[in-house]
Design a protein. Sequence first.
Length: 256
Amino acid sequence: MTWKVTVLTLFPEMFPGTLGFSLAQKALSLGFWSLDVINIRDFALDRHRSVDDTPFGGGAGMVLRPDVLENALESVLKTTETKNPALFYLSPRGQVFKQETASTFLSTPEIIFICGRYEGLDQRFLDYYKIQELSIGDYVLFGGEVAAQVVLETCIRLIPGVIGTEDSLCEESFTKGLLEYPHYTRPFLWKGISVPDVLTSGHHEAIRSWRRLQSEDITKKKRPDLWLAKEPTPLPSKRKREKGLSKDVQTDGLEI
Ligand code: SAM
C-alpha cells in the first residue's frame, strides 16, 4: 500500500527536494509513497495573494492567516481517503521527532504536513483542527520545508522494501536505544592504522559481541542520556566477550 503524504507550503518548488534523489526518489516512482504538494498561496483571498498579516498585540514578523490556511487544508481534506488523516505542523514548539516516531507515522495511511514561515501559524487554526506540532530539534529554521523533508526521509527509509538490505535497519543508531558500532572497509592498513583484528577473524559470534560492546561504549560516551534511558539488556557471557575483544577495543566503563 502506498503511504500517502501531503505537504502544505508557501514554497512548493522546494519539494520533493532532497527526496527527489536516490532511494527516496526510487521509492516515490515505484509507489511506496506518494507526494502531493499544495501551495498555500493558491488559497489567498485577495488579489495580492496575501497569506499573512501582522500579529495582534504587536511585535515583530508576520503570522499566517487562519482563513487562508483553512481553505488550503479543506481542499486537501475533501480528497483524502481516510476520514481523519494525521495532521502535523512543523514547529520548534512541537514534540521532538525521534526515530521511534517514524514507525508510528508509517502506521497511518495518510499524513499531512503543514510548513510554517515567518512567525508561524495563527493559533486558532491549530486549535480548531487539533493539529499536532512536531519539531526536528531545539533550533529555529526559516521554514518547515526542510524539517518536513527530514521527517519524511526518516520515515520513507523504514517502509518495507525501500532499503534492499533491511538487516541494516535493525542495527542502526537509535533502533535498540543505542548508537551504531564503527565500520571499517578496505584497505586493511591505512596510514599505518589497521582494522580491529576481530573483524577479519571470520568468527561471527565474536564480531557480533564486539559490535554490541562498541555500540554500548559509544552510546555511553556520546549520548549518556540515551544510555540512561535504555532498558538494561543482558551482556554477552564473559567468555564470549573475551573471545570477541581485540587489543584495539576500549572496554572501560562497559561493565555494569
Ligand atoms: N516564531 C517561531 C518560534 O519562535 O517558535 C519560529 C518560526 S520559524 C522562523 C518559521 C517556521 O519554520 C515555523 O513556523 C516552522 O514551520 C518552521 N520551523 C522552524 N524551526 C523548526 C524546527 N526546529 N522544527 C520544525 N519546524 C521548524
